[in-house]
Structure formats: structure tokens, C-alpha cells
Design a protein around this ligand. Sequence first.
Ligand code: MG
Length: 369
Amino acid sequence: MKIVEADVIVTCPGRNYVTLKLTTDDGIVGYGDATLNGRELAVSAYLTEHVVPLLIKRDANRINDTWQYLYRGAYWRRGPVTMTAIGAVDIALWDIQGKALGRPVYQLLGGAARDGVMIYGHASGATIDETVADAARFLEAGYLAVRVQAKIPGLDATYGIRTGSGLTYEPAVGDLPTEEVWDTAAYLDFAPRLVAATRDQLGFGFHLLHDAHHRMTPLEAGRLGKSLEPYRMFWLEDATPAEDQAAFRLIRQHTVTPLAVGEVFNSIWDCQTLIGERLIDYIRTAVPHAGGITHCRRIFDYADLYLPLRGRPVAPDGRARPRRRLRRIRGAAVPVPAAVPAGEPVARRLNARLVDPGRVSALRCRRTR
Ligand SMILES: [Mg+2]
């Protein structure tokens, strides 16, 4: 089963989504998500210029070998662009394998372990009252977990605040990123009040989360975590810049608030110390950004030895899912979808964005031999 065609497709009005489409000589098509938010065209170029030529005529059955070939074969290893490109190939090859065998990929990986997944809603607002009301909307809609973020008084803008009236959080802001002024002292004063008001008004009957967006020093993070302990957080996310894994030792010394991190990680080496020393409670590496199913499975198997759970929004863009998806949910963890069923979620989700060609700005790169 040889790969005979590889397409890199960049599309979607308002933001970019990147899809790698691999076709085999017996007509099986596999899709891989190559979307690296904010750096989509870098992955597209990496795939088109450096990876696609290596794939043509390669045996699509050799998933692990292809992963090692792309990772070890290049002089430059790791990094979000490289690992997202490798991840897209890996996901597409698993997709092909599942279709070739007529089995969902999760079955090839050992079978289902859960009947559903718990997800959280992104509640936010311009004030504490607005945010609490927004969180209440999610709870009324059936969500079991809610993340609260609010505009910090005195600052012109605060990252992570949802715009519009819907329940969907869209982090993409347009062609150029905005520049914001940050004030840690104001944040450290405000965040505990936001969390306290949420618990005071909505109670403890749901999981409460908060994202610090890597903006604190380790000592500040320890102080915030300690101040949040009475409110029984599900997790405090991205407490401090995560490239310094040892910094989490300092946070751990000062608080028992559960810690989650990893959305910007792209390899097992980024979280080796964090997991091995039990410095975090949730590892949030994303399958497309951390080398695909093959490499993320390695991270999760490693995490299983030390307890950190796998936490990640179900959708790669962080979009919330409604009540009907929650009715089947059991358990308390927020797991990563450990497997992509053959051809189903990935292909359908991405193809759904290819509608309305008149509005689509598409860059299509194709390489065949
Ligand atoms: Mg985060």
C-alpha cells in the first residue's frame, strides 16, 4: 500500500485550518490535522517543501517507521512546526490504516476505555458578575465543568475573553496579533475574587477551572494556587512559562491546587521532568501539535506511570460541545481523545469547514509523482 499523492490544504474563512490529505495506490484516503494556530503557513510550507516529497511511494503501513524517519532523519528535531507536520502525517497514516482494516483507530490502539468524555465551557465576561452569569449559562446547558476568565479591572484588554453572544470561544483575532498591557499585581488581586464569586454564587457542584496563560513567575503562581485552595479548583492551567520545567517544583512546594500544562508542548522531552517528578496533575499536549497519535501515545503511557491525567478540550480549536454530548459521560477526568476513529472525526470536522467556496481563501499545494 504505497502513498501516491499528498495534498496540503489551507482553508477556512476568518482563520486557517491546515489539512494533510494522503492517498494510496489502492485509493484509500487519510486525513491529518496540520493546524498550528497562528503559524499555519509555516507548517504548510514545511510539509510541502520538506515532507511531502519523502512520502511519495512510501509504504503507508509503516506508521512507526515513517514517524522515526521524519523525526530522526532530519538534522533539526522537535519544535512546533516540525512536530505538527510529523503529527499530520502520523494521523493521516493511522486514518488510512483504520480504513484499510475496516476498524476504528481506537480499536487498533487497544479499544475504548470510556463511553464518553467530559468537557468544559469557556465562561468569560467584562466583569465578575458577567462571568458568573456566563458560567451559569454553561451549567444550565448541562456542562459539568466550566473555566472562568474575566477582564482585569484597570487593563484595556485581557486575553482569553470570549467575544459575541454564543458559547463558542474563538482565539483567532485577525490578520495581526494585538498587543496588550499586562499587570501581574492587578491579576493576583483579581483572580481569587473571580473564583470566590463563582463558588459563592454557583456552589461547588461542578468542576471549576482557570487559565493563567503562562503570565506568572513560579513564586507568584504558588501564591495564587494557595489562595485558590478553598475553592477546590479542578485545575489551574498554565501557571508559569512551561519551558522551565524545574520551575514547577517551586509552585508545588507552595500549593496543592491541581496544575495543568502542556498545550504548547510538542514532544515528550518538554514534559519529562514535569511528569517524572509529579509536578503536574494534567498533561495537555495536543495530538496534532505533539507528533500525532504515535508520539502522544508515548507521552500518555509515560504519564500513566506517574498519575498525571490527560486534559484537553475535545476540539483542537477549544470549541465547546453541547449537552447532548454530555449525557453519556462518566468519570471525573478530562481526557484527550487517545485515538482518532478511522476517517470519521478528523475528516468530517475539517471537511465541514470547506463549505462556501466563494468565501474560502484556499492555498492548495499538491505534489504527486
Ligand atoms: Mg492555556
